[in-house]
Design a binder for this molecule. Structure first.
Ligand SMILES: [Zn+2]
Ligand SMILES: [Zn+2]
Length: 200
C-alpha cells in the first residue's frame, strides 16, 4: 500500500466505514464493495446487507472480531448505522467534530490498546462484548477523529460518476481521487471519449 497518511488501523476503519455505507441500497450503480474495491455490477437498488449471511460475510471480509449475537436485532442495528455514517461524508470540519463527539458520548467510548489475531497493539474504541454496531460506530468515530485532527476531512468523498453515489476515502498522496472504484473511473473515461468522438 506504500506509505500511509494515517495509522493502519485508522485507514482500515475509514475504508470499513465507506464499505459499510455502500452496502445500503442506492440509486447508483458500480462501486467499491470490499478492501480490494471489486465492483458489483448492476444498479444496486438492492441492500447488500439484507441477511444474516451477508452480515457474516461482511464481518469476515473486514475482520470484525468481538461479540456477535447473530440475530435480527443485530442486523437491524448495523443496517441503521449506515445512514448515520453516511452523514459524516456531508459535514464540514466543525460539524464532523460535533458528530464524532456525539457518537463517542452516546455510545460511551472506552478507548483501549489491544493486541489480537496477529495484529500488534492498536486502539479499540470500546470493550469487545459491546454490540457489533456500537463497536463499529465507535471505531469509525475514532478514525474520523484522526481526519479532523489532521484537517483532512475533505478526504471523505462521494463518487464523481453521475450514476454512482458511493462514498470513499481518498488516501492517495495527491488527494486527487474522484471515483469510488476503477470500475467507475473506467466507465466515466469511456463515456467521455464517446462524447469526444461524437463532438469531433
Ligand atoms: Zn482489533
Ligand atoms: Zn462510483
Amino acid at each position: 500500500m506504500g506509505q500511509e497518511l494515517f495509522g493502519h488501523d485508522t485507514e482500515f476503519n475509514l475504508q470499513f466505514a465507506a464499505a459499510l455505507v455502500n452496502t445500503a441500497p442506492s440509486s447508483g450503480q458500480g462501486g467499491a464493495r470490499g478492501p480490494g474495491g471489486a465492483g458489483r455490477s448492476g444498479g444496486h437498488g438492492v441492500d447488500l446487507l439484507a441477511s444474516q449471511d451477508e452480515l457474516d460475510a461482511f464481518c469476515d471480509r473486514w475482520e470484525v472480531t468481538g461479540s456477535r449475537t447473530h440475530d435480527a436485532a443485530e442486523l437491524l442495528a448495523v443496517q441503521r448505522l449506515r445512514p448515520a455514517l453516511r452523514e459524516a461524508w456531508s459535514l464540514d470540519r466543525d460539524e464532523l467534530a460535533g458528530w464524532i463527539n456525539n457518537m463517542l458520548h452516546r455510545h460511551r467510548a472506552l478507548p483501549q490498546l489491544v493486541r489480537h489475531d496477529g495484529w500488534d497493539y492498536h486502539f479499540h474504541a470500546t470493550d469487545a462484548d459491546r454490540p457489533v454496531a456500537v463497536r463499529s460506530a465507535l471505531d469509525v468515530a475514532m478514525a474520523l477523529a484522526e481526519l479532523v485532527r489532521a484537517g483532512a476531512q475533505d478526504r471523505l468523498r462521494v463518487c464523481d460518476a453521475g450514476d454512482c453515489d458511493d462514498v470513499f476515502v481518498d488516501l492517495s498522496k495527491n488527494a486527487a481521487r474522484r471515483f469510488c472504484s476503477t470500475r467507475c473511473g473506467n466507465r466515466m473515461a469511456a463515456a467521455q471519449s464517446r462524447a469526444r468522438r461524437r463532438a469531433g
